[in-house]
Write a protein that binds this ligand. Structure first.
Ligand code: ADP
Length: 655
């Protein structure tokens, strides 16, 4: 039944051509590498994106802070901008300029300056003449007008004089503001210079000094608290003049030549040597936003350490300064590392998902291939099956016909006996009649002719049955008299029944009609009855030496078809053929309906009778089955076999 394996199946041929390529494509190590690459890509991408976003955010925060620092610085410095102008029109100051040698005026001005200093929070205020000589300063008197301490009493205006000496030209050069380092502690001082004029001539100047150490201290404090952020204030010369990292003060921000540094040192504005540089490229810094820069360590415990920081710059034009914030992106990088891990995990998860989908697709493709292969196989076997069924049907038809002819052959001996007997009698009767005619015994001749007629009728009955039996069956189903069919079978087997001294009992109601086809029903009955006769033909003698009784009983048992609903339920009837023959062994019973199963000697049995009978009954809508005899309505208590089949009752018979 299975198709030969060498048969070409289009579907399987296509899939076997595609599968090696697919297998090559889906090598596990290729997938593993792809997964790894995806994980690395995910990590790199995650790290990059997170870092970029983090730095942008850090820069935005730093920019905001820069604005705040700048505003704070401008406010702090602008707070005193009005003072020099105010002092320049002061009558005491004007008077002192007119009479610079008046000790009383100097003392009076000193006291005034001392008051102004204290009230405005300046660290020093002084007046010098056109040559830079100090006329009066705030620091040797307190606001109450008493001398502050003995040292300043001996040397009034000493601090102002030292300052004037140090800054010299810068104080005389004109109005303005500038920064300079505090000479003692290096903190940043902010100077405001206001020229004093009389009659269009410069007579001197007012100099105010504001110490920025407190402001710087708040920055240092903030820097310490925020940890990540450093602030630098760089003047026009590129020198760090204020810083939240004290060690960076008076460092050059970028590179500088030795001459530049010497000139800057000579200006007296700065403390220290200005030798050290922070190594920042100011130009690059102002061109490039969010630049990452390398800076030396601010931690004295680890001087070798270098820091990578994010630099932001803001120019404070009115003051000629630049503010630089340096933010530590450590937190951004830490976040970026996390995100990188996340990205790697996502990449790995994606590759796992891809793996899973690929595997599923592969399994699906494999399934499809198998299904199409199987479908092709099934189609092929289906076609083969159809061919075999057609062959079988044809063979069955032929076999049925052959079986009939075989039965006819078997019966021919009996039939010829059946016909020979009346023929001999006919011959005797006709000769006898001729003699009687001569003698004029017409009455006896008439009796003879009557007997002849009866015999001819019997013979024509037999030949009619034979003819209808041998004819090929028509399959139309119609109400058929069961008793008539049984009678037909009986006529054909009558000689055997008689010769073998079989007691035939027919328990069949004459009016019972069933839905089937008469000829084939008769064929079934003949098969079953002939088998029963065969089974009883060579019965061994009973124990007491007497011949065993041969008993053939045909009976019916109507019943209701429970499988149908009551509305459409039709009556059915069991037709039983029971004999008192030798019966069958159970293992033979199991093979009873196998084609060509026979226990009869060659030439006598074909092993087709029951197969064909079962098939005919099946076509009538019933079932043929066999069981050992023994029930009271079979053949009494005699052993033997019962064959029974069910038929549908014709509607008129079912009440
Ligand atoms: P055949 O009669 O050609 O052998 P059948 O299909 O009619 O083929 O019967 C198959 C076998 O079943 C018979 O050889 C016989 O052994 C057994 N068989 C049939 N009917 C009976 C019966 N009434 N009693 C005992 N054996 C039977």
């Amino acid at each position: 039944m299975n198709p030969p394996s060498s048969l070409p199946f289009p579907a399987s041929a296509a899939s076997t051509a595609a599968s090696p390529a697919a297998r090559r494509r889906l090598q596990p190590w290729v997938l593993a590498c792809a997964g790894l690459a995806l994980a690395v890509l995910g990590a790199a991408l995650g790290q990059r994106l997170s870092e970029r976003a983090g730095l942008a955010q850090l820069a935005a925060v730093a920019n905001e802070r820069l604005e705040l620092y700048a505003a704070g610085l401008e406010a702090e410095l602008g707070r005193h901008a009005y003072l020099p102008g105010l002092l320049s029109v002061d009558t005491d100051v004007q008077a002192l300029l007119a009479r610079p040698d008046s000790e009383a005026l100097r003392t009076q001005t000193r006291i005034k300056l001392a008051r102004v200093r204290v009230r405005s929070g300046l660290s020093l205020a002084f007046i010098s003449d056109a040559h830079g000589r100090v006329l009066a300063s705030s620091n040797n008197y307190n606001p109450q007008g008493s001398i502050a301490d003995t040292e300043t009493a001996q040397e009034p205006d000493a601090e102002a004089r030292r300052l004037a000496l140090r800054l010299g030209e810068r104080l005389l050069s004109g109005p303005g503001q500038f920064f300079a380092a505090h000479e003692d502690n290096g903190s940043s001082d902010y100077f405001l210079v206001q020229p004093l004029r009389r009659a269009g001539q410069r007579w001197g100047q007012i100099v105010l000094k504001l110490n920025l150490a407190p402001l710087e201290a708040t920055w240092v404090d903030q820097g310490l608290r925020s940890q990540g952020e450093k602030l630098l204030v760089v003047d026009g010369q590129g020198v760090v003049i204020m810083s939240s990292v004290p060690t960076w003060k008076y460092h050059m921000l970028g590179s500088s030549s030795a001459e530049q540094r010497a000139a800057l040192r000579a200006s007296g504005h700065y403390a220290g040597t200005l030798e050290d540089t922070l190594g920042l490229d100011m130009k690059a810094l102002s061109q490039q936003q969010n630049a990452l820069v390398q800076l030396p360590s601010w931690d004295p415990a680890r001087p070798q350490q270098r820091h990578r920081l994010l630099a932001q710059e803001l120019a404070v034009v009115p003051l000629g300064l630049r503010l630089v914030t340096l933010s530590d992106p450590a937190e951004v990088w830490r976040q970026a590392r996390f995100v990188a891990w996340g990205g790697a995990a996502l990449g790995a998860a994606l590759s796992l998902l891809a793996l899973y989908l690929l595997a599923r697709r592969r399994a699906h493709a494999e399934l499809e291939r198998q299904v199409s292969e199987r479908t092709a196989e099934l189609q092929l076997s289906n076609a083969e099956l159809k061919r075999q069924i057609a062959q079988r049907l044809q063979a069955e038809d032929e076999l049925m016909q052959a079986a009939k002819l075989a039965v006819l052959g078997q019966m021919s001996a009996g039939i010829s006996h059946e016909i020979n007997q009346p023929l001999t009698a006919l011959r005797a009767l006709s000769r006898n009649s001729l003699l009687l005619l001569d003698k004029g015994r017409y009455t006896t001749v008439g009796e003879n002719l009557g007997a002849i007629d009866a015999m001819v009728e019997r013979m024509s009955q037999i030949t009619r049955q034979l003819k209808s039996f041998a004819r090929k069956a028509q399959s139309a189903s119609a109400p058929v008299s069961l008793a008539a069919a049984v009678e037909g079978a009986r006529v054909l087997l009558g000689h055997r029944i008689e010769a073998e001294q079989v007691r035939l009992e027919l328990a069949i109601a004459p009016e019972l009609r069933v839905n089937c086809e008469a000829n084939r029903l008769e064929q079934v009955l003949i098969n079953l009855m002939a088998n029963a006769l065969d089974a009883m033909a060579e019965l061994p003698l009973a124990e007491d030496g007497s011949p065993r009784p041969r008993h053939l009983r045909l009976s019916t048992a109507p019943f209701e078809d429970e499988s149908k609903s009551p509305g459409e339920r039709l009556g059915r009837v069991w037709v039983r053929v029971c004999d008192s023959g030798a019966g069958m062994a159970p293992e033979q019973m199991a093979r009873l309906f196998e084609p060509f199963f026979t226990t009869k000697p060659p030439g006598q049995g074909l092993g087709l009778g029951l197969v064909i009978s079962a098939k005919i009954v099946h076509e009538f809508g019933g079932t043929l089955r066999a069981r050992p005899a023994g029930r009271s309505d079979d053949v009494g208590s005699l052993p033997g076999m019962c064959f029974e089949f069910d038929l549908e009752l014709a509607p008129a018979d079912y009440r």
